[in-house]
Structure formats: C-alpha cells, structure tokens
Design a protein around this ligand. Structure first.
Ligand code: EPU
Length: 428
C-alpha cells in the first residue's frame, strides 16, 4: 500500500491539461450496453473507476479495447449476467448497470453500490423511476433484482434532484415503449453528455440540461463515436490549487461556463481570472479575502468542489462559512485540515473557517475522493512534509495527479507504507 508525500512550499507555474469527465465516463461506459454494435468513446480519463467499469463490461461479455484514452466497446455478445458482488461494490456508479441492463435485457441483478462515504446516499429515486417504467424490484441479500415483462414510458417526478436517478432513468427509458417524461430532472453537464451519446446511438431525447427531459423510446440503438466533455471538477480542483498556491497557472481543456459558480466566488475573493473558450488563466494576487459558499445542484456551487475550496479558505483573510446542502456530512476532511493547523469549527451542516492560517505538514488520511484533493492542496501550501494515506480514493478520480503537479513545479511523490502504517491505517 502506498502513501502520497507532499513537500510544501513551491509555487505552481505553467499549464495543466484537464482530462475527460469522471462522472460522465462512469455513465457513458454502461450506456454502451444498450447498443447493438461497437461504441467508441474518446477522451476518457485514466482513472481506476474507468478501469473497474471496463472490467465489469467484460464480465458480462463485452469486448473492450482500450488504446490510450479511447475505448471501443462491442456489446453485441453481452448477456444479462448477475453482478451481485465483486467489482460492482467498488464504485457507486456501478448503479448505472441497473438502468442500462434493464433497458437492454429487461432484467438485471446488481449489488448495492459502494463509492465514497459522504453520509446517507439512498437510491430510492432510481427505484421509483424503474418501477414507474414497469420493473419489479426486490432486494435480496444486498443485491437488487430488477425484472420487467416490458418497459413502458411513464411520467416520473423526482422528489429529489438527482444526477444518478436522472441518468439511470434515461438509460432504461430510451428503449421503453412510448414516451417518458422526467420532471425535476438534474441539469448537470454530465447529463447532457450522456444524452448526447444516447442520441448519437439513435435515441430520441429532448430537454437534457433542463429540468424536464422527454424521451421517446426506440426499438434499437446503434454503435457510434462519442467524445467526452472535460472534467469540470478536476478543472475546478486545479483552479482552486492555482488560487491557493499558484504563481500564474493555465488550466487547459475547460468549458468555463461549467465552472461559473466557482469562478464567481474566486473573483469575489480577489483572484484574477482570464478565460477563453477552453482555457483559464489564474493569478491569485497577493491577498485573498474570505467568502461564504453553499453547495447547490447545478448550476449552483458543486458539492464536489466544497472540500478543496475549504482548504483555500484557510488562506483567506476573515471568516468564511461553507454549507453543503447536497451531502450534509461531507466534512471528514475538516479534522485532517485541523491537524495541519487550520482554524475550522463545524456547526450543524456548516464549517466555519478563519484565516489566514499557517498550515503545517502532518500525517493525514483521505476519507474520500474530494477530501483527498483538499489534503493535496493543503500539503502544497504547508510548511514541511505532509503524508496522505487513503490515496486509492484520489486515484479513483484524478488522472496522473502526481505527474501533473510535478510538471507545475510541485514536490510530490509516492512511498510504500510500512507494515505498522498499513495496520494503523486499516484500524483507523
Ligand atoms: N438522493 C436521494 N435519493 C436518490 C438519489 C439521491 O435522496 O435516489 C439524494 C442524495 O443523497 C444527495 C442528493 O440526492 O443528497 C444528490 O444526489 P445525486 O443522486 O445527485 O448524486 P449521485 O448521482 O449519487 C453524483 C456524482 C457525485 C456528486 C453528486 C452531486 C457520480 C458518479 N457521482 O452522485 O460525485 O457529488 O452527483 O452532484 O456522478 C464525486 O465526484 O466526488 C462525487 C461524489
């Protein structure tokens, strides 16, 4: 088992290229199940979640070829193999196998998903949607059994705005008989990306990116070529890094409109940002001032950037309040930041950060993906050495993070953990 070592101090300079969107990729790959011939996806990020999903596609009979960032998936020989255990438990997004397999085979057996622990993460809205389309669903020993004689279009109102439920219902509905309407749908760019792929495959979808999505089911879906959108959360993480420890950084392969809520907050703090069609130039200036943020569904401030942003706030002058309305328990990074001398109090669903604090290197643990990113940023700014364990989480979502940071001038490397450290980590 490895840990990540960061030696704080160097200011980051130069250009970093953002990869394809993780939260699109994890839906686009299962969506390929619905086609009758090869689906090619370009620009996939080089992360472990993509690897795990490609193995799952092979497990059900898919022929998968990966060449760099391009993956070809031939789904023609796939079967509705039950996936109650094993790899499905590794990542939350394996729940997209439910919608895609239901759409293609009218049945699926999928283990309840794993993924980052951010407090309760129910999937009742996914189930409500599948049931409305005509599926019967039972939970047997931690796996969901989904069966439908046929899928029929339906009008589905989501009680909670959910990215996963919106995509999962789309996946099942594109091959249902008749019309489906998803009301109170999520509007994230990843939903538009999945709808774009499905439309290229021959699906009929209107309104993706608004809160009402209309789908007319079709009998067959074909293979196609699709290029994934850039990862707005990876881009946002490097943007925050640039504001925290940069000395003039260019973030390349970005759609700036996807990051408007973050960029507005950074400008409010005094950070200079120039943007063109696919790049951001970030200059932090001398002093930044605190702001409050509240996470909301898109286009509000993304919950996935809340943790990295909290680290930035430790360097701002004044007091900032961070409230997460999507995952009220997404605060496990706070104790670790405190270990590094940050001044943060938690009250209810909010963190109150007083800055600027002089961060000190420490031994810390990444409890989830974005907490890991928050700790890397803290390590880059801290005096001395920071050792981060739990790096599997980081590798699930940030491609080549060490190489990208080394290119920018950071001192960061992996080290093997001693037996004693592994035991301590496993017991903590
Ligand atoms: N919710 C329900 N019932 C449901 C589904 C969701 O109550 O059936 C609640 C959740 O508990 C949460 C809120 O609705 O409070 C939003 O959840 P959503 O379903 O939108 O989240 P998700 O689809 O499971 C995706 C991303 C997350 C990101 C959230 C919110 C993927 C694979 N994951 O999760 O990304 O935080 O949307 O934007 O797309 C990450 O990348 O680090 C990450 C956790």
């Amino acid at each position: 088992m490895r840990k990540l070592i960061v030696e704080g101090g160097p200011r980051l300079r130069g250009q970093v290229r953002v990869g394809g969107a993780k939260n699109s990729a994890v839906a686009l790959l299962p969506a390929a199940i619905l086609a009758n011939s090869t689906v090619t996806i370009e620009g996939l990020p080089d992360i472990s979640d993509v690897q795990t999903l490609s193995e799952l596609l092979r497990e059900i009979g898919g022929k998968v070829n990966k060449d760099g960032n391009t993956m070809e998936i031939d789904p023609s020989q796939m079967i509705s193999m039950p996936l109650p255990n094993g790899r499905v438990k590794k990542l939350r997004a394996s729940y997209y196998f439910m919608g895609a397999m239901l759409g293609r085979f009218k049945k699926a057996v999928i283990g309840l998903p794993g993924g980052c622990h951010l407090g309760p993460r129910p999937i009742d809205q996914h189930i409500k949607g599948f049931e409305a389309l005509g599926a019967e669903i039972t939970n047997e020993q931690g796996a969901l059994y989904l069966r439908a004689k046929e899928l029929r279009g339906a009008r589905i109102y989501l009680d909670v705005v959910s990215v996963g439920a919106t995509i999962n219902i789309m996946l099942a509905a594109v091959k249902a008989k008749g019309k489906t309407t998803i009301e109170n749908a999520a509007k994230e760019p990843e939903i538009i990306d999945v709808a774009t792929l499905l439309t290229s495959m021959g699906a009929k979808i209107k309104g993706a990116g608004t809160d009402v999505i209309r789908i007319e089911g079709v009998e067959e879906l074909n293979g196609c070529l699709h290029t994934i959108i850039p990862d707005r959360i990876e881009a946002g993480t490097y943007t925050i890094m640039a504001a925290a420890q940069g000395d003039g950084m260019i973030i390349d392969n970005v759609i700036p409109q996807h990051l408007e809520s973050l960029l507005a907050k950074l400008r409010e703090m005094g950070v200079t940002i120039e943007e063109n069609e696919e790049q951001l130039y970030i200059n932090p200036g001398k002093k930044i001032k605190s702001v409050d943020i509240k996470t909301l569904v898109y286009p509000g401030f993304p919950t996935d950037l809340q943790q990295p942003f909290t680290t930035l706030l430790t360097q701002a002058t004044g007091t900032g309040v961070v409230t997460d309305t999507i995952y009220s328990a997404r605060f496990k990074h706070i104790d670790e930041l405190r270990r590094m001398n940050a001044s943060i109090k938690t009250e209810g669903g909010s963190a109150i950060i007083t800055g600027p604090a002089r961060l000190e290197g420490a031994k810390v643990k990444a409890s989830d993906l974005r907490a890991g990113a928050a700790l890397v940023i803290a390590g880059l700014m801290a005096d001395g050495i920071t050792e981060i364990t739990g790096i599997d989480h980081i590798e699930r979502g940030y491609e080549n993070i060490t190489n990208k940071l080394i290119e920018l001038g950071a001192k960061i490397w992996y080290e093997e953990m001693s037996q004693e450290e592994v035991e301590q980590f496993q017991n903590s």
